[in-house]
Write a protein of this length. Structure first.
Length: 225
């Protein structure tokens, strides 16, 4: 939260609300303007309006919708965070897919909340982010933890499975993961075509797999592709 050093008093957190739905903007503005320590200083109806609105109103925090017709919230966030001394961004959306969460955080968002978050929690998140403390809703935090655990488990299982292969068979697996056909593998690894086919057959048997696509997916899970 900003401080007016001349007056020695804490000033309200300045918020810009960005959403293509006029009713949502009005609701957020009404709710946040009534919250202690927060002032809504402007609105924008699309991501392409964010730079001008930021220049005009100097917000501390931008509440950013994700889905907008011309410039989406992730793109708008990335562009905004690339500017000198940018405001913090909280993505506020109804779309909570893993990809959206990760894309928003990678674009520079300091928070990700769902639109069904209680008003008091949204207001507290604005204050928290303005103070330099990133936030995620509990449901999203759990989703990311679960995703990380699943990825870590898949990696460990894939590594353990591939350990059953010989070094030469692992070379063939990596070539398959790169999308190479048998002739390309033979040329790259200095094998005959018949030897490559034998290796592929042995790999499928050892790993209890049905086809080359499953080999490629296993190599991806193991971090080899």
């Amino acid at each position: 939260m900003g401080v007016d050093t001349m007056a020695g008093v804490t000033r309200p957190v300045r918020v810009l609300v960005v959403d293509d739905d006029a009713l949502v903007r009005a609701g957020l503005t009404m709710m946040l303007d009534g919250a202690p320590g927060i002032a809504v200083v402007g609105e924008a109806a699309d991501g392409d309006q964010v730079p001008a609105a930021t220049d005009a109103h100097s917000p501390d925090v931008v509440l950013m919708d994700l889905r907008m017709p011309r410039v989406d919230g992730i793109t708008a966030t990335r562009r905004l965070r690339a500017r000198p001394r940018p405001p913090e961004v909280i993505v506020l959306t109804t779309f909570d897919t893993d990809e959206n969460i990760l894309y928003a955080l990678r674009a520079g968002a300091s928070g990700f909340l769902l639109k069904d978050t209680p008003p008091a929690r949204i207001a507290e998140a604005v204050r928290q982010v303005a103070a330099g403390e990133p936030i995620l809703s509990p449901r999203i935090t759990r989703r990311l933890m679960d995703r990380t655990a699943v990825q870590a488990g898949a990696y460990a299982r894939a590594r353990a499975t591939l350990a059953a292969l010989s070094p030469r068979e692992r070379d063939v697996v990596m070539a398959i993961a790169r999308g190479n056909g048998n002739a390309e593998i033979a040329a790259a690894l200095d094998m005959t075509l018949a030897t490559v086919k034998t290796h592929v057959s042995h790999i499928l048997t050892k790993l209890d797999l049905d086809n080359r696509t499953q080999i490629a997916l296993l190599a991806h899970d193991a971090g080899l592709a």
